[in-house]
Write a protein that binds this ligand. Structure first.
Ligand code: AMP
Ligand code: ZN
Length: 481
């Protein structure tokens, strides 16, 4: 438990603010979830590692957390504005499968990545297609005052709410650099609340509405599900930084219309008190694109011999508001760092923790709390964590307790991970662990017998099989495929 204030950067005000819950003692958080038309790439997963760290920190501060993440299985077009096709419909057509099959497969794949990265399960995963009725009800409640109908659907008129686009700091109206291809839109930034199925077409996903058969616009689902699960207003809404430009300004406009409230000078009129955005994971060679052959999924990292938590470590090494550049060398360094911490934690495991509130335990503990309370500064918190692991000043039981607390916040699983767990076998490897261990045992015998020719031959054989033998490795790694 930590009773220091938590300061968070609010994208709406562009200021660091002290967190003040809407409902005392509680924290209600909504995170925009994945569109389940394909596997998530590791950049997408950065958004959920960030939301997870936020949730863990709020809980550590004694707040009763309700975290909702949605699953988008309808409505998200290939372009975040209203251009292009529905991503789900398109993938289903390409694969000749039903949208429901596509959604089920990629939802499961997403949740597997969530588990592998130690991201806590939210209180609820809300699925967009379960909320069609409330979406229709929401749309009807704002249609008269804020929307107009065109042949292609029902559109939201962004000039009917105050401060449209403040979150993006965008200039609205003609000055906005958005291409306007939907004929008849009143403002370039107007967006679809309901998309009608074109005459003569049938879609896999369509529902009746007062505006004809069709499907909800993508932005509608998050306004509806967050209100349904967390109330209005709730505490914190999160997403990747791209959502700051279109998706979240549109959600905010809908929320203002819904509550019939005015200016965004009052943050809660936006629907949430704080809007938070993680910056992007970038990769220069284009491997993050889901259309590239070897795209950067978590499974690819595992196939190459990296434990998934090395990627979590990589995320924590950067502040969530900074861009993070992916590289294999960077990932290797993160893995080594994780391994070092696991080895230090292993030494603590045998004893029991001494729980309780110990007065002024250690400097690292203060540094850790200050870092996390300062807009989730995980890079600094990691350093404090390492200092705590390395300290010789603390009683072992107390040290264990401190480490457990820090680990609960950062979620690296140090108290459970073993060194061997981190030695992930690359998919391309042909030699088995048993064979490696056997070869190393004979090599040891040969060396004891001072038969260096034999020992070198064994080592060469292992090298040929892709095994690197590391004599006297300070990390105790010994070998690596
Ligand atoms: P999507 O499934 O496309 O709706 O994206 C899921 C989440 O990933 C959203 O919060 C996006 O803003 C976020 N996101 C997309 N690309 C990246 C990236 N390269 N780095 C970090 N977050 C991203
Ligand atoms: Zn959303």
């Amino acid at each position: 438990m930590n009773d220091q204030p938590i300061k968070l950067f609010n994208s709406l005000t562009r200021e660091v603010e002290e967190f003040q819950p809407v409902h005392p003692g509680e924290a209600r958080v909504y995170t925009c979830g994945p569109t389940v038309y394909n596997y998530p790439h590791i950049g997408n997963m950065r958004a959920y590692v960030f939301a997870d760290i936020l949730g863990r920190t709020l809980r550590w501060h004694g707040l009763d957390l309700t975290h909702v993440i949605n699953i988008t299985d309808v409505g998200h077009l290939t372009d975040d504005a209203d251009e292009g096709e529905d991503k789900m419909e398109r993938m289903a057509a390409q694969r000749a499968q039903s949208i429901w099959e596509i959604a089920a497969h990629y939802t499961a794949a997403f949740k597997a990545d969530v588990a592998a990265l130690n991201i806590r399960e939210p209180a609820e995963w809300t699925v967009a297609t379960d909320y069609i009725e409330p979406m229709l009800e929401f749309a009807k409640s704002i249609a008269d005052k804020h929307c107009y109908e065109l042949e292609s659907g029902l559109y939201f008129d962004v000039s009917t709410v105050a401060d449209y686009g403040r979150l993006a700091r965008a200039v609205t109206g003609d000055g906005e650099g958005r291409i306007d291809t939907v004929a008849g839109k009143r403002n370039a930034a107007d967006f679809a609340i309901w998309r009608k199925t074109p005459a003569g077409e049938t879609r896999q996903m369509e529902w009746d509405s007062p505006w004809g058969k069709g499907a909800p616009g993508w932005h509608l689902e998050c306004s509806v599900m967050s209100e349904a699960k967390l109330g209005f207003p709730f505490d914190i809404h999160t997403g990747g930084i791209d959502h700051r430009e279109i998706h979240h300004p549109n959600e905010i406009a809908q929320n203002q219309a819904r509550c019939d409230c005015g200016s965004l000078n009052e943050a809660s009129h936006s629907g949430a008190r704080i809007w938070m955005h993680n910056n992007f994971l970038v990769e220069r060679s284009g491997k993050m694109s889901k259309s590239s052959g070897e795209f950067l999924r978590l499974q690819l990292l595992i196939d190459k011999g990296f434990h998934p938590l090395a990627y979590r470590m990589m995320c924590l090494q950067a502040h969530y508001r900074s861009e993070l550049e992916f590289s294999w060398d960077g990932l290797r360094a993160a893995l080594v760092r994780l391994k070092r911490m696991v080895m230090q934690a292993e030494r603590l495991r045998d004893g029991a923790a001494t729980p309780g509130d110990h007065p002024k335990l250690s400097d690292p503990q203060d540094a850790f709390a200050a870092a996390m309370g300062d807009d989730l500064n995980t890079p600094l918190a990691l350093t404090a964590f390492e200092d705590a692991l390395g300290t010789k000043k603390l009683d072992l039981g107390i040290k264990r307790h401190v480490i457990e607390q820090m680990d609960t916040v950062l979620g690296l699983g140090l108290m459970e991970l073993r060194r061997q767990d981190l030695r992930v076998r690359p998919k391309a490897a042909t030699i088995t662990e048993a064979e490696i261990e056997a070869a190393l045992a004979s090599r040891k015998q040969a060396r004891t017998a001072k038969d260096f020719a034999a020992s070198d031959a064994i080592r060469d054989g292992l090298t040929a099989a892709g095994v690197e033998v590391m004599d006297g490795d300070p990390l105790g790694w010994d070998w690596k495929v």
